[in-house]
Design a protein around this ligand. Structure first.
Ligand SMILES: [Zn+2]
Ligand SMILES: [Zn+2]
Length: 266
């Protein structure tokens, strides 16, 4: 028996989708478990396009309350309303409160909805057991009052994977990143857009800053994501800015990509 974990990029753009990139979200496969990180639109279609079954997803982690990360949730629950299943939804107390309102707005927690949702608050610094071989720790980030990064301990393969969510450069996140096997971190745009729009500096990270901070923290494997669709740049520019400082393993994802690419066995 070989152990495996796989990350699927259901979307890689920021708030504005493009013709080829949808809002950022991930499907995490760990052995038989299927977990979602964030839930923008057309989520059912995207899960099916990568050959997975939406009804097999048991857990959803929400990073924060911005629409590009949660607006697909009512549609997910509505789509699966005939399925006898429970979805555990994790988020900060603020996120969980908004999700409750969102689901109730669409009457998606009523007896005619077979697909149940269990909302679970997780505080910054708190660690929760998801299954026998999976734990998650939350870390608040300064992007928004509801924002959490998630650190997954994948015990079956002995690895730690850290997801930043949306965030400006945040040193405590890179302290955690020193120990991890994989860092998935936003790199919303090249540095020149942060000079043109300085207000971005307190809420997002440029590809140049990400490369610098990942290099200083000795990050082994880095995957940038959440690329803005509303300004014009290429992923080659993102890669070049990261590579200006960072020499570790780097993967620049496209929508519906899998990582590791070669389905390497752990
Ligand atoms: Zn976002
Ligand atoms: Zn955001």
């Amino acid at each position: 028996m070989h152990l495996m974990a796989e990350l699927i990029f259901l979307g890689t753009s920021g708030a504005t989708a493009t013709a080829t990139r949808d809002n950022t979200s991930f499907l995490l496969k760990v052995e038989k478990e299927r977990l979602l990180i964030d839930c923008p639109g057309s989520i059912i279609s995207k899960i099916k396009r990568v050959g997975e079954d939406p009804t097999q997803i048991c857990t959803l982690f929400l990073t924060h309350t911005h629409p590009d990360h949660i607006y697909g949730l009512p549609s997910l629950v509505h789509s699966l309303m005939l399925v006898e299943k429970n979805l555990c939804i994790y988020g900060s107390p603020e996120t969980v409160s908004l999700v409750a309102q969102l689901l109730d707005l669409f009457k998606l927690r009523q007896p005619n909805i077979r697909y149940q949702t269990t909302l679970i608050s997780i505080n910054s610094g708190e660690e929760k057991k998801i299954s026998d071989t999976l734990r998650v720790k939350a870390l608040s980030t300064p992007h928004h009052s509801s924002s959490l990064a998630y650190l997954f301990s994948l015990e079956s393969i002995g690895q730690k994977w850290l997801f930043s969510g949306d965030t400006p450069p945040y040193p405590p996140l890179f302290e955690e990143a020193r120990e991890v096997d994989l860092l998935v971190h936003e790199a919303s745009a090249p540095q020149r857009f942060f000079e043109a729009y300085p207000e971005l500096k307190t809420v997002h990270t440029s590809s140049f800053e990400l490369g610098y901070l990942a290099s200083r923290a000795g990050v082994k494997r880095l995957i940038p994501c959440h690329f803005f669709g509303e300004v014009d740049f290429s992923l080659e520019e993102i890669e070049a800015e990261i590579r200006a400082n960072y020499l570790g393993e780097l993967f620049i994802p496209q929508d519906l990509d899998f990582w590791p690419k070669n389905k390497r066995k752990f």
